[in-house]
Design a protein around this ligand. Sequence first.
Ligand SMILES: NC(=O)c1ccc[n+]([C@@H]2O[C@H](COP(=O)([O-])OP(=O)(O)OC[C@H]3O[C@@H](n4cnc5c(N)ncnc54)[C@H](OP(=O)(O)O)[C@@H]3O)[C@@H](O)[C@H]2O)c1
Length: 284
Amino acid sequence: MSEDNPRAVLLTGANGGVGLAATHALAERGFRVYAAVRGQAGELPRHPNVRVVRLDVTDPVSVADAVEQVRADGVSSLHGLVNNAGIIVQGPLELVPEEELRRQFDVNVFGPAAVTQAFLPLLRAGRGRVVNVTATTARVAGPFFGPISASKAALQSLSDAQRLELAHWGMPVVVIELGMIDTPIFAKAAAATAKTAEAQTPQQAALYRAQLEAVDAAMAKAKAASPGIVADAVVKALTAGRPKPRYTVGPDTRMLGLLARLPLRTRDRLLARVMGLAKVPLAR
Ligand SMILES: NC(=O)c1ccc[n+]([C@@H]2O[C@H](COP(=O)([O-])OP(=O)(O)OC[C@H]3O[C@@H](n4cnc5c(N)ncnc54)[C@H](OP(=O)(O)O)[C@@H]3O)[C@@H](O)[C@H]2O)c1
């Protein structure tokens, strides 16, 4: 990578917790980072290697426009695309409104699929790589995390298929599978859940109250890792001569990985215990 011709990478959700850390790490290593944000640039580093691009991954016009913004900056090839933007939709599946489930898939699945399609010509020109940020919950869906888990499982599947498809051009597709990372995503999800709950009847709200309280208490004890370790994995995925198809990041990913391999009944029993559900009296 020369100073005059730095390798260019586009990263979505650049002003989020993981996005900021990754943008900073890549810029520091001499990449030109097209830091894609949906709204305000926020705390994005004022670094000569960082260029802000407007991009809402759910809006086809915005996606096409982002490609033009990058081309207009003189870029004819990309070294990498990091599909990092994402949201969490959570709650009992019985009560998650359909539009919320669709929003989950729009942002976490159809969004990255569309962004990848749109940037593939630039990526192919640079024999670039696609890096998709997923979650270990894709392999172990926990109670009340059905929407987010399903969306990341879908993104994982798309990545697996595309890895084989793009191998023809020597273009790696890498998944970075995260455990729990300390970012604003949980506060945003809680706010969205509270808003959704306003439309519930008192009877609906009472249905899962005890279970949700138990899971909240269990989750409050969980330790989230620093976004810096994700940034390190993004750098590895973009710099390794032969990147791994999957990087798992976070101390809890090991336990979740082991759970994923257990017979389902055993896994359910353990998960119910870990998530506090085993203590909740059965409904009569
Ligand atoms: N934190 C974790 O524990 C964890 C665990 C597993 C996987 N992940 C994944 O890690 C990735 C980064 O999440 P994070 O933890 O850094 O969360 P975050 O701080 O909330 O950042 C998410 C980013 O995605 C952006 N975004 C949301 N909707 C978008 C849209 N329609 N178009 C473009 N950008 C959009 C957000 O922009 P706004 O600020 O405008 O909303 C924000 O910049 C996500 O894919 C997430 O699913 C996180």
